[in-house]
Design a protein around this ligand. Structure first.
Ligand SMILES: Nc1nc2c(ncn2[C@@H]2O[C@H](COP(=O)(O)OP(=O)(O)OP(=O)(O)O)[C@@H](O)[C@H]2O)c(=O)[nH]1
Ligand SMILES: [Mg+2]
Length: 369
């Protein structure tokens, strides 16, 4: 390595960014890194990560979540040690799920609410869950810019969903990520999810309060929305109540309230209602926060808040078991070797799906004896 590369932190090989620089050093081909060696990320120990979390170090928090999300066996032991250190850490957190169709204004709402909360002394963590990104082609991609002001705040941590390649992993590890953020001192966890498919149900099972963001149409709000989603919501907010749209949102709010009248509330002892707000002007944002605070105080006093968290812990336990069994099955070398053949046979109609499943399960079970 030349002296230049050793002492100048910005040094890069002449062809950096293209290919590796190859030359011969002491008779051996030398492959220069395209980034300086010292810039490589240090791999922190569990204790160092934990200490970093306690010091509100956001880059350590990001690394801790990456570790948790990793599906490599090498990382899983370390990840569970870190999680075990974090779990007993209690804070007075509230976990809020925010759902709604693409473009309803979830990210803009989170930015408005987040800034309001930070002003009021809170620390906010925003996680996005987008298991449908392969379908919607990553609608959440623009989040960094849509939450531009929020992302600059020191008391805010934003974690967008990883790429669609790790879909299963996102939801699978979101509960863990929530706990890590809480251990790092974030007292309000906002989870954005696109209202597609199973997402809402999954997010509902991780949060204390579930908020559905809607937009006003031409008076036919209730046709386009699944009843099931309303049934799991603790509040509906009709967003974009500004400008010419304001009267439409007020109408939509009334329609939702009428419909809610006939539905079971999502949370014992709490009445789900509809509200309006504008995430752009900020009108109604403080009111939404007071609704959430009221919810917290009612459900804590009737104990349902804690009961739900306990139920969620049980659900978490079983989802971990299911994931771990699935992983063990699909990563089994004998299963991997046989999988394509069995799939082909089912495809051609040579064997029944039930027989195919039996064949694979037999292989798996005997491989473990
Ligand atoms: N007028 C008005 N526009 C809004 C409001 N909230 C959001 N928007 C706009 O609506 C568009 C979509 O907002 P986003 O916050 O990205 O919506 P989203 O629900 O997060 O979208 P996805 O992440 O793609 O599902 C943007 O152009 C926003 O500027 C609002 O209260 N009023
Ligand atoms: Mg968004």
């Amino acid at each position: 390595m030349s002296d230049q590369s050793r002492y100048n932190p910005d040094w890069r090989p002449a062809n950096a960014g293209k290919e590796f620089a190859t030359k011969v050093v002491r008779g051996k081909p030398f492959v220069a890194p395209t980034t300086p060696i010292h810039a490589e990320k240090k791999e922190f120990s569990v204790d160092e990560l934990f200490a970093g979390l306690k010091k509100y170090d956001r880059s350590i928090l990001a690394q801790a979540i990456t570790l948790i999300e990793s599906s490599s066996a090498k990382h899983s032991e370390k990840a569970s040690q870190l999680l075990n250190k974090c779990l007993p850490e209690v804070n007075n957190s509230i976990r809020i799920g925010i759902s709604g169709v693409p473009g309803s204004g979830k990210s803009t709402f989170i930015e408005a609410l987040g800034l309001y909360l930070i002003e009021n002394g809170h620390r906010i963590a925003v996680l996005t869950i987008d298991p449908s990104s392969s379908v919607t082609k990553g609608s959440i991609l623009g989040d960094k810019t849509r939450m531009e002001k929020l992302s600059k705040e020191e008391n805010c941590f934003i974690r967008p969903s990883p790429s669609s390649g790790t879909l299963g992993g996102v939801t699978r590890k979101s509960r863990e990520s929530i706990r890590i953020c809480e251990a790092a001192g974030y007292d309000i966890i906002l989870i954005e999810t696109v209202g597609v498919g199973q997402n809402e149900i999954t997010v509902r099972s991780m949060v204390d309060f579930f908020l559905l963001i809607q937009i006003a149409g031409a008076g036919d709000e209730l046709q386009g929305i699944k009843k099931g989603v309303i049934e799991i919501s603790d509040a509906i907010v009709v967003n974009k109540a500004d400008g010419d749209n304001k009267s439409k949102t007020l109408l939509a709010k009334t329609e939702y309230n009428n419909a809610l009248h006939y539905l079971q509330p999502a949370t014992k002892g709490w009445k789900t209602e509809a509200y309006t707000c504008s995430s752009i002007t900020g009108e109604g944002i403080a009111e939404m926060w007071s609704v959430i605070k009221k919810f917290e105080s009612i459900t804590k006093s009737n104990n349902y808040f804690w009961e739900r968290r306990k139920e969620q812990s049980i659900e978490w336990t079983f989802s971990m078991i299911e994931n771990s069994l699935k992983e063990a099955f699909y990563s089994n070398p004998l299963i991997k070797a046989k999988m394509q053949e069995v799939k082909n046979s089912v495809w051609k109609g040579e064997i029944l799906p039930s027989t195919a499943a039996e064949v694979l399960l037999d292989i798996y079970n005997s491989s473990r004896q």
